[in-house]
Design a protein around this ligand. Sequence first.
Ligand SMILES: C[S@@+](CC[C@H](N)C(=O)[O-])C[C@H]1O[C@@H](n2cnc3c(N)ncnc32)[C@H](O)[C@@H]1O
Length: 341
Amino acid sequence: MVKIVVVPIDKAERIRSSLLEKGLLDLERKIKAKENDGTNVTTFLEIPVTSEVEGMETLEQPEPEYYRKQMSLRERIEDELQDYYSGPIPPGWQIIGKIIVVSIDESSNPIKELIARKLLEIYPQCNTVVRDMGVEGQFRKPKREIIIGTQTETINKENNCLFKLDVTKVMFSKGNLYEKKLMSNIGSDELIIDMFAGIGYFSIPIAVHAKPKKIYSIELNPESYTYLKENIRLNQVEDIIEALNGDCALITPKAVADRVLMGYVGTTHHYLKQAIQALKPSGGMLHYHETTPEQLLFERPIDRIKDVAMKEGKKVEIRECRKVKKYSPGVWHIVVDAWIY
Ligand SMILES: C[S@@+](CC[C@H](N)C(=O)[O-])C[C@H]1O[C@@H](n2cnc3c(N)ncnc32)[C@H](O)[C@@H]1O
């Protein structure tokens, strides 16, 4: 457990000196600014401590920073095996709340528990390690195996929003952070429809940061819908988000939206008609996601939007095209922002 006390910046030096004197200051970790509410003004600092401090609340540090470089996963594994290990080592992993999600090569099966134990050494704030084997189907259900631990439900904090989820039941994509931050700054005063809401990946940050008039968040998978409702409560945005459980092809409201998000890939174009019909006749913004082969960037998604808009008797102005991330070899997850009027 890595502990901290959180103190106001103007009292920090006095408290640091006193902790040092008492031998309670952890000299291996850095003093950090506490993550603030997005204002970029540091008002509190996290002071690392080695144990409970009398008279102060001691908390767990979410993302400790060390002065000395920590041993890498490979170094830790070799240290334990007391030998050079030539097999594959996971190059990366995701921390979702208190859970480490990691892809482990089949050939590393004999040392999967060792990998998990060493990851828990690196991230003592976590309590469970699960192996990731991709996502499947329309619900994007993750295929995951628990290696160490029992707790698969957790709360992940991101961009000052809380996301509760069970990592074995619903996906959580940390990779789309730029797109999520971009979306969270738009839409105040608007009526927004999030057609593939999941557990609220886009809806929650928009509601928390941009505070639009209303968001209809549509989700088909009952498990994701349950967490979506829970996350609306956790983030106290009940007055902004209305969660709808169902197929967006059937239940998307018509002609009301200033903005429509289509945060789903694979068959997103099948839902363009409903998305375009959802926008106000006077005009509205569409954020269309799809997975596009490199050689079709950005012609295919633009053509798809224009084809459907034309059939609906509407015009299109392409405002921006972005790559979100590499989806598979030669294929990109992209977004097209289009003004439809
Ligand atoms: C990829 S996830 C959400 C991704 C999220 N927007 C992000 O970028 O991380 C897409 C969600 O769409 C839901 N979904 C799929 N088809 C749907 C449909 N026809 N109507 C409503 N939701 C649907 C899935 O269950 C899933 O939760």
